[in-house]
Structures are given as C-alpha cells and as structure tokens.
Design a protein around this ligand. Structure first.
Ligand code: FE2
Ligand code: FE2
Length: 140
C-alpha cells in the first residue's frame, strides 16, 4: 500500500495527476494480491504496464520538446524500470506466484517510484515549468 501522503509532489500538476493514477493502480494490484485473485492480479499488471508506457512516454515527449539536458539519463531509467515491470508481469502470468508479485511491488516498485519522483521527475518538472536546469548546479 502506498498512500497519497507518501507521493512526492513535483512542480507540474499533470505529472502529479499521472503519479496519483499510478499509485491507485498499484494499490488495486496489492489488494488483488492480498485477496489471492490471480486473474485479477494478471489483469491489473497489464493495466499497470499500459499506464506506465503512457506515463513515461508523456514525460519523455515533454523533455524532448524542451530539450531537457539530462534527457538520456531520465529516459534510460524509464526504459530499465519498464523492462523490469514487463518481465515481472510476464513471469507472474506464467507462475501465478503471488508472493513474488507482492515482493516486487512492495520491495522494488514502490521504493523505486518514490525515489524516481523525488529525484529525476522533480528536476525535470522544475526545468519544464521554470526553466531551471539541473546542469547549473553541476548535476550533469
Ligand atoms: Fe513520472
Ligand atoms: Fe520519470
């Protein structure tokens, strides 16, 4: 379970909306895992993959449009996390291993998401809304 209070806020409201949608799906996924509803878990994994594709590609389009300097770093982290999510979803479809799914969501996905929003999404939103480059503080 991830609460709305745990979700870091960035300077761009549309990004916050997407992140909120994300945690609502994640919480439904955890609820289905707890209820041991494997078919529902599999369906919500698919939904999460689709939502994550839109979430990441939306940010990437804005970064490319405004020529965000460390775009490759942010894009690389998206690609890695999406690849991992797809692998886990695929593995769950095959194994229906609820403990494996729960461990991934709680120990990997949620901490990653919070950290990603606190770091890369935060500096990206500041650049997109206020033109503040992370490079000016030597971060790239
Ligand atoms: Fe994001
Ligand atoms: Fe991001």
């Amino acid at each position: 379970m991830i609460t709305q209070e745990q979700l870091p806020m960035v300077a761009m409201p549309s990004m916050n909306d997407t992140h909120l949608e994300d945690i609502l799906i994640i919480n439904r996924l955890l609820a289905a895992i707890s209820a041991q509803k494997s078919n529902e878990v599999a369906a919500i994994f698919d939904e999460l993959v689709e939502h994550t594709i839109g979430h990441f590609s939306g940010e990437e389009e804005m970064m490319r449009e405004k020529m965000f300097p460390p775009y490759p770093v942010h894009k690389g982290e998206h690609d890695r996390a999406l690849h991992e999510l797809k692998l886990v979803a695929q593995k769950f479809q095959e194994s229906k291993d609820l403990a494996f799914a729960q461990n991934y969501v709680e120990a990997t996905l949620i901490p990653w998401l919070i950290n990603h929003i606190e770091t890369l999404d935060t500096v990206t939103a500041m650049f997109l809304t206020q033109g503040i480059s992370p490079c000016s503080s030597g971060a790239c």
